[in-house]
Write a protein that binds this ligand. Structure first.
Ligand SMILES: Cc1cc2nc3c(=O)[nH]c(=O)nc-3n(C[C@H](O)[C@H](O)[C@H](O)COP(=O)(O)OP(=O)(O)OC[C@H]3O[C@@H](n4cnc5c(N)ncnc54)[C@H](O)[C@@H]3O)c2cc1C
Length: 487
């Protein structure tokens, strides 16, 4: 990859296929395009590759049977995918993924048979759990393959606009930005959009999800939905904004200071979530990840025009503090903060109390004062919770007594929480060849897309699917892009 000389100023770089975004989808598109005989340049906004792919758990839930998978994926979509050919391709590509990755020297291991998220849905039993280790090591394998192919990669070079010929409408290249300067890149064959979701774009979140609420992402902060803008400028149809993948509560102040979600993952012991009125409103022990029903966090009070359960707080006692860190995914390499080592947290939470991230008081009422909560409401809530816990009763929100312990050992603590998400699914709609479609369902010439930007998943999400989907459709996108006739 050489910078073109001054006399060719119209294009700074020229190649066959431009891949935008160097996560799992982008890496697979680049590898497949190169193997299809194309020259490739990858543009990546961050100073390094990986995206959400590299900080993922690396779980892949894949079908062992195409016919059942077709029924299962069709049912999961709840009618949001009407293209039957796409459903078939999804089933085939996901089922074939272990073999296809093996061709590249990546060995997926079968962890467990028959592990669907929704066992009652038709076809569910075809889903098995596979993995090649954490996302970090999977991305390392992919980036080794990219390196071996000697492709051009421009880091810290966000793509801004996909350029098209005003007369023919054909995709011609990309306008990107590097060190504050515009860079024009020509794509002789095609452009692959693989810039991930809009997790970090709070304005877009408000358009599609809960106006006025912030959902803090657990993955890379570089996924700001740039692909949505680039796709709309080319007239792409866009789908699946109804779907966002919850993680659950995160610790608000550290999340805002560090810039990505610092997840609160404790789920049993002497703690409770309360709202400003000091009232408990949810079963804290439930698994919030990927839930699709309306959760009490986002309940809206129409008469008062507010979310009564936002802000919300975790309240706990000294026993709970001593039992372990509030932040549950430290040093796991899962989530951006862990992957990038941004998440130091003391084992007994004392450092965070000293930093002022956690409030401390000698009584429940004094704690309510510090957190600005209704003191009577909080005292009543704790008293009721303690009675339920001691008498072994399931509480009003379904929390089971074996997940409770009385909140009674002073001092008491409180910390404001916020909502966090894993990833979004909305973005450009595509066909079975990973081509982005216009509003009439026709492929936009020379524009391919893959990954969580406009994912297949429009409502129910089978856990462990976004990653394999990104790899499978990234490969299809790269193959299709390389097969285009150069202009
Ligand atoms: C913590 C976590 C755990 C997860 N665990 C799992 C799991 O176990 N199994 C599973 O199936 N899924 C999991 N997921 C979801 C899955 O990892 C992602 O949906 C998938 O990896 C997305 O791949 P992608 O290539 O589309 O996006 P990404 O991997 O996020 O890559 C997008 C890339 O595009 C870059 N980019 C953004 N804008 C631009 C621009 N304008 N120009 C150039 N580059 C740009 C970004 O910097 C990023 O590198 C997890 C996600 C997270 C956050």
């Amino acid at each position: 990859m050489e910078l073109l000389r001054e006399e060719n100023r119209e294009w700074d770089y020229e190649t066959d296929v431009l891949v935008l975004g160097y996560g799992g989808a982008g890496a697979c598109a680049a590898i497949a395009a190169r193997d299809g005989g194309a020259e490739v340049i990858i543009l990546e906004k961050a100073p390094f590759g990986g995206g959400n792919t590299a900080c993922s758990v690396g779980n892949m839930f894949l079908p062992d049977n195409v016919a059942e998978a077709i029924a299962y994926y069709r049912a999961l979509s709840f009618g949001t995918v009407s293209d039957q050919e796409l459903i078939r391709t999804m089933a085939e590509a996901m089922a074939a993924l272990p073999e296809r990755l093996k061709e590249w020297g990546i060995d997926l291991k079968l962890r467990k048979k028959n592990t669907p998220t929704f066992p009652t849905i038709p076809g569910a039993r075809c889903i098995d759990h596979w993995s090649a280790g954490l996302g970090e090591s999977l991305f390392k394998s992919l980036s080794d393959l990219v390196r071996q192919r000697n492709l051009g990669i421009l880091f810290e070079t966000p793509a801004k606009t996909i350029l098209k010929d005003p007369k023919t409408g054909l995709t011609r290249g990309v306008l990107a930005e590097q060190a504050g300067k515009s860079l024009f890149l020509k794509a002789r064959r095609a452009v692959v959009l693989a810039t991930g979701g809009y997790e970090n774009n709070f304005e877009r979140q408000g358009y599609f999800h809960f106006p006025g609420l912030k959902l803090y992402p657990f993955g890379t902060p570089y996924n700001t939905g740039d692909g949505l803008k680039m796709a709309s400028e080319l007239g792409a149809d866009q789908w699946h904004f109804a779907s966002t993948e919850w993680l659950g509560p995160a610790l608000k102040e550290p999340t805002e200071k560090i810039g990505v979600a610092i997840a609160f993952r404790r789920s049993s012991g002497s703690f409770l979530f309360v709202n400003r009125s000091g009232k408990n409103f949810i079963n804290e022990s439930m698994n919030f990840t990927h839930r699709k029903e309306a959760l009490a966090f986002t309940r809206f009070d129409h008469e008062r025009a507010e979310y009564p359960n936002i802000p919300f707080y975790a309240v706990f006692d000294d026993q709970f503090r001593k039992e372990g860190p509030l932040y549950g995914l430290q040093n796991s390499k899962v989530g951006y903060a862990s992957w990038q080592n941004l998440d130091e947290w003391s084992q007994d939470n004392t450092a965070e109390i000293e930093k002022g991230w956690i409030s401390k008081a000698e009584s429940i009422r004094a704690l309510a004062g510090k957190l600005n909560l209704d003191p009577d409401g909080l005292q009543e809530t704790i008293d009721q919770y303690n009675r339920d816990s001691k008498e072994g009763r399931i509480n009003a929100f379904g929390r089971s007594p074996n997940r409770m312990a009385p909140i009674e050992e002073a001092p008491f603590y409180g910390v404001e929480l916020c909502l966090s998400i894993i990833n979004t699914q909305g973005g450009p709609r595509h066909n079975c060849r990973a081509q982005a479609l216009d509003m009439e369902g026709k492929p936009i010439p020379r524009l391919y897309k893959a990954g969580e930007l406009g994912s297949f998943f429009g409502h129910l999400y089978q856990g462990g699917s976004n990653l394999p989907e990104a790899l499978a459709f990234g490969r299809l996108a790269g193959e299709g892009a390389a097969a285009e006739i150069p202009w």
